[in-house]
Design a protein around this ligand. Structure first.
Ligand code: ADP
Ligand code: MG
Length: 239
């Protein structure tokens, strides 16, 4: 329940030049798919289009073989971790994490079980009653991750979720996220500009530059056989 297909997908804001151009891509169910590219290459735009938060201006988006170009975000059965976390300032950590479950038919007991698991995984036990303004950037980021985890949506979209964490925590989170994704069989679309994250987490990596796909493949494939100099320098391969 998380097969994603982009058919000739493109995007332009207003009448400006296109930000994404003829993207053709299939993401398999249960795959950890990493999207890398420099700032401004269109990564967030692509993720937001999959989420339904950005209008598709050309081509077709299919989720589980159904065209969803105009399906509202709430009906797409996915979770998203935003670059800026998007927490509710007036709610405490616990309420923020559970917010999305309120509208769903998840029992109170089940909610508590999922909460405890996510809180333990993200190391947020001491902070449950705090408001977002009383947290550091890294702690807020972990709340956003916990909120995504408790939803247990089969398709998970993450936009640079570890960018605000220190190196040690980032290394820990890489492993935790990967482990969770495997255990739940989630389809993950994971945006990063960190080569280490891309190489160690991805089943496959897509390199984007200026709205165009440079290469898609397994990390080792991109490393050994980069399609062009851009990929080579971005992935850090010797060529
Ligand atoms: P990335 O996430 O890879 O840094 P983005 O998807 O955020 O890239 O942006 C891709 C391009 O689209 C950039 O040139 C950016 O300025 C432009 N862009 C992003 N959002 C908007 C918007 N709401 N209106 C106009 N242009 C935008
Ligand atoms: Mg971005």
């Amino acid at each position: 329940m998380g097969h994603v297909e982009l058919v000739d997908l493109s995007k332009s804001y207003d009448k400006q030049k296109s930000v994404l151009d003829g993207i053709n891509l299939t993401i398999e169910e249960g795959e950890f798919f990493v999207l890398v590219g420099p700032s401004g290459s269109g990564k967030s735009t692509l993720l937001r289009m999959i989420a339904g938060l950005e209008e598709i201006t050309g081509g077709t988006l299919k989720i589980n073989n159904e065209t969803v170009n105009h399906l509202p975000p709430k009906d797409r059965n996915l979770s998203m971790v935003f670059q800026n976390y998007a927490l509710y300032p007036h709610l405490n950590v616990e309420q923020n994490i559970l917010f999305g479950l309120r509208a769903k038919k998840v029992s109170k007991q089940e909610q508590q079980e999922r909460l405890m698991e996510a809180v333990e995984m993200m190391g947020l036990g001491e902070y449950l009653k705090r408001k977002p303004r009383e947290l550091s950037g890294g702690q807020r980021q972990r709340v956003a991750l916990a909120r995504s985890i408790v939803s247990q949506a089969p398709l998970c979209l993450m936009d640079e979720p570890l960018s605000n964490l220190d190196a040690k925590l980032r290394a820990h989170m890489r492993i935790e996220i990967r482990r969770l994704q495997k255990r739940l069989g989630l389809t993950m679309v994971y945006v990063t500009h960190d080569q280490v994250e891309a190489m160690t987490m991805g089943d496959r990596i897509m390199v984007l530059n200026d709205g165009k796909i440079q290469q898609v493949g397994k990390p080792i494939h991109l490393y050994n056989e980069p399609a062009n100099l851009f990929v080579a320098s971005f992935i850090g391969s010797p060529k």
